[in-house]
Design a protein around this ligand. Structure first.
Ligand SMILES: *[C@@H]1O[C@H](CO)[C@@H](O)[C@H](O)[C@H]1NC(C)=O
Ligand SMILES: *[C@@H]1O[C@H](CO)[C@@H](O)[C@H](O)[C@H]1NC(C)=O
Ligand SMILES: *[C@@H]1O[C@H](CO)[C@@H](O)[C@H](O)[C@H]1NC(C)=O
Ligand SMILES: *[C@@H]1O[C@H](CO)[C@@H](O)[C@H](O)[C@H]1NC(C)=O
Ligand SMILES: *[C@@H]1O[C@H](CO)[C@@H](O)[C@H](O)[C@H]1NC(C)=O
Ligand SMILES: *[C@@H]1O[C@H](CO)[C@@H](O)[C@H](O)[C@H]1NC(C)=O
Ligand SMILES: *[C@@H]1O[C@H](CO)[C@@H](O)[C@H](O)[C@H]1NC(C)=O
Length: 644
């Protein structure tokens, strides 16, 4: 069949060439849509803003969304969006598009040829493709730490700057579940954005603002910085989808397409133009100035970009011919500039847009606490990332060795509004945790090397493989720390190095599991420091063994009997060293185990730093409480005390 099919193909190609050649029938039906409209003063300008909203994980993992696998869960393939976008934008120089999530864009960019990359660079520099928001993800604003928001935004922006020489101008937080003042002033105004757009605010607030034309405001998020950190904030009247009136044009959408070929049945140009104008007038009714924005897209749309652009070309062409309103391809930047140029005074907004309710009794607040384990893990890794980057800087980034890049990427994804929030499926939550764990492993190597280098005194030269090898104990939460669980012999010490990533001095009590009950702790100057042994109860030992087995798949080799606890003091961005060895503690500075029930000294214990004091008797029962301010105190009679 091969040769025969080839021959047919050649014939078809030849036929096509004839039809499309000069003087052929092609031109007769070709309508050049006029999409060149810009802003027209004195008319209602409808800014048609084509966009897609691509979650970097939700019902599927970020990679499943990118490649389009597991479509039985959700029909979504971001690769299709970006692949189909390029030819669609090339087809008409007036078409525009914004792209937001850099985690997806970077996956795609890595796979493109130099030719496509050059083409895309051209589209970006001419403003036909614009990066908006520009972080790796569209981060949550309630359950994230602001440092993580900054880091994930920085990662995305740095890539855009390096590849395209551009800095995103507009914040685009269209899907997160409520909005924080920190976003407005720190990640909006201070990042340098000119405006911030979103839609999820309390439904009653929206209704009110709809009625008073206060959906577009100047948001003053910071009391400290005041007007210097103001930002223009636009809240969409309905959502981030096309306006009411059936303007969805994905391949499988049911909205009526614009049928403008008189040779075919169902010609509907007037009808669709009327729909468009009606939607525009309704939105203009709740918007200040004669500029409104139509957000043309929604979640994972433009998988075949041409199917949207084809309709928008026609709408713009026929709506402008109709002349009641002026429709133009636009971006949030163009829209913002148009708003600024009107000199309209905007209402002022202070504080947060939290909590978010989209209906009566429908408060999106459960996510503040859902998936607490993932939330804790993200926060722990975030602190570790901060310390690891400092240590990476101290020894200098090496090209060959380990870096913090992988942890940085994993943390960036974890800030997504369906990641640390806990609103994703279980398998997706697992995916985020897996990425964090892989990132941690790489950063852990770097931290060990760096601390080894820093602790080896006198080595000024580049250090990449120190002789000192430090081991870290990330599973101290389940009392698992193999290096401290060795049987220390006479004359050998366990060296504990404590690093402080904060900009101020830190004093804290450290707890390290040990095997022996005769333990003594010294600081780096050889001074013995106060320490205390806390017995590990049998019950928690069993629990620990179960946890270790579940976590590592094997039973732990040793079973520590005690925690040794001692106060550590560490300078800002510095480290302190402690030595744990076998020995007898000096009576003067070591406290006896208070948990020893046979304790000979039966003493009372008072707790409470402020005005309220609680007094416990030798048996550990609360015996008295007193309030120094009200001068009130009350004796508590324990059960054994006879009342007379
Ligand atoms: C296309 O439309 C613009 C304004 O919308 C107009 O200025 C221009 O003359 C039109 N071009 C053609 C070829 O009709
Ligand atoms: C699809 O998702 C399910 C979880 O719902 C997962 O178990 C399965 O491995 C996924 N399939 C692929 C091909 O990733
Ligand atoms: C605009 O608002 C007014 C007052 O609420 C209302 O009477 C009118 O019908 C609205 N027009 C459109 C096009 O929605
Ligand atoms: C706001 O007003 C627009 C235009 O009148 C309307 O379509 C929309 O439903 C209103 N939204 C709310 C939440 O009231
Ligand atoms: C201990 O920490 C690890 C890693 O942070 C975590 O995966 C594990 O769930 C924690 N275990 C317990 C019992 O909290
Ligand atoms: C430590 O000593 C105990 C008792 O002397 C012994 O049972 C255990 O196997 C030793 N552990 C190691 C890791 O050597
Ligand atoms: C703790 O466990 C050990 C060994 O399993 C046992 O011999 C001992 O009696 C237990 N102690 C208590 C207080 O249960």
């Amino acid at each position: 069949m091969g040769p025969v099919r080839l021959a047919l193909l050649l014939l078809l190609l030849a036929a096509a060439a004839v039809v499309l050649g000069p003087g052929g029938g092609g031109e007769a039906v070709y309508i050049p849509y006029n999409t060149s409209a810009g802003v027209v003063n004195g008319k209602l300008n409808v800014h048609v803003v084509p966009h897609t909203h691509d979650d970097v994980g939700w019902l599927k993992t970020v990679d499943q969304y990118y490649v389009g696998s597991n479509n039985s869960i959700q029909n979504a393939c971001v690769q299709n969006v970006l692949d189909s976008l390029v030819p669609a934008l090339l087809k008409d120089e007036n078409r525009k598009f914004i792209y937001v999530e850099q985690a997806f864009f970077q996956r795609w960019w890595r796979q493109q040829s130099d030719m496509i990359k050059d083409t895309v660079k051209g589209l970006v520099s001419s403003g036909r493709l614009e990066f908006i928001n520009g972080g790796m993800c569209m981060h949550d604003e309630a359950t994230v730490h602001y440092i993580d928001m900054i880091d994930q935004t920085t990662l995305g922006h740095r890539f855009i700057k390096e590849e395209f020489g551009q800095i995103p101008r507009i914040g685009w937080q269209i899907d997160p579940f409520g909005h924080s003042a920190v976003q407005a002033y720190l990640l909006g105004a201070e990042v340098g954005f000119d405006a911030l757009y979103f839609f999820r605010i309390d439904y009653q607030d929206r209704d009110t603002r709809n009625g008073t034309k206060e959906l577009e405001v100047v948001w003053r998020g910071s009391k400290t910085f005041g007007s210097s950190a103001d930002i223009f904030a636009g809240i969409f009247p309905k959502n981030y989808e096309p306006p009411p009136g059936e303007f969805y044009f994905e391949v499988d959408d049911t909205s009526p397409v614009v049928q403008d070929d008189p040779l075919l049945f169902d010609y509907n140009v007037e009808q669709r133009v009327n729909d468009f104008v009606a939607a525009a007038l309704a939105q203009a009714n709740v918007t200040r100035t004669n500029h409104i924005m139509f957000t043309m897209g929604t979640d994972f749309k433009y998988q075949y970009a041409e199917s949207w652009f084809r309709q928008m070309d026609k709408l713009i062409h026929y709506v402008n011919k109709d002349g009641r309103v002026n429709a133009l391809y636009s971006t949030p930047s163009i829209y913002t500039d148009a708003k600024f140029s009107t000199n309209e005074p905007w209402p002022l907004k202070t504080n947060d847009f939290f909590p978010y309710a989209d209906n009566p009794n429908a408060y999106w607040t459960g996510y503040f606490t859902s998936r607490p384990a993932l939330k804790r893990y993200v926060r722990m890794m975030s602190g570790y990332y901060l310390a690891a980057r400092q240590l990476e800087f101290f020894i200098g980034r090496s090209k060959s060795g380990s870096t913090t890049d992988s942890l940085g990427d994993a943390l960036a994804l974890a800030q997504h509004h369906d990641a640390v929030t806990g609103t994703e499926k279980q398998h997706v939550a697992n995916d985020y945790a897996k990425r964090l764990s892989i990132g941690y492993k790489k950063a852990e190597e770097l931290v060990s090397t760096s601390l080894g280098c820093l602790s080896e005194s006198g080595s000024n030269s580049r250090c990449s493989s120190p002789t000192t090898k430090f081991v870290q104990c990330p599973l101290l939460n389940i009392t698992y720390c193999p290096p401290s669980e060795m049987n220390l012999s006479q004359g050998k010490s366990l060296v504990v190095l404590v690093y402080n990533s904060l900009g101020w001095k830190r004093e804290d009590v450290l707890r390290i599991p040990v095997m022996s009950d005769s333990i003594v702790v010294h600081d780096s100057e050889g001074r013995e420091i106060e320490s205390q042994l806390l017995p590990i109860a049998n019950a928690s030992s069993h629990l620990r063994d179960r946890h270790v087995k579940a976590y590592l798949g094997t039973s732990p080799a040793a079973s520590p009997k005690f925690w040794v606890a001692f106060p550590a003091s560490v300078a800002p961005l510095g480290f302190s060293t402690y030595f744990i060895s076998i020995g007898k503690r000096s009576a003067s500075i070591s406290s006896t185990s208070t948990l020893n029930s046979q304790g000979s000294e039966s003493r009372n214990l008072q707790v409470g730093q402020g005005r309220l004091k609680l007094q416990y008797d030798a048996a550990g029962a609360l015996s008295q409480y007193s309030d120094s301010k009200t001068q009130r105190s009350k004796q508590i009679l324990s059960r054994s005390t006879s009342i007379t």
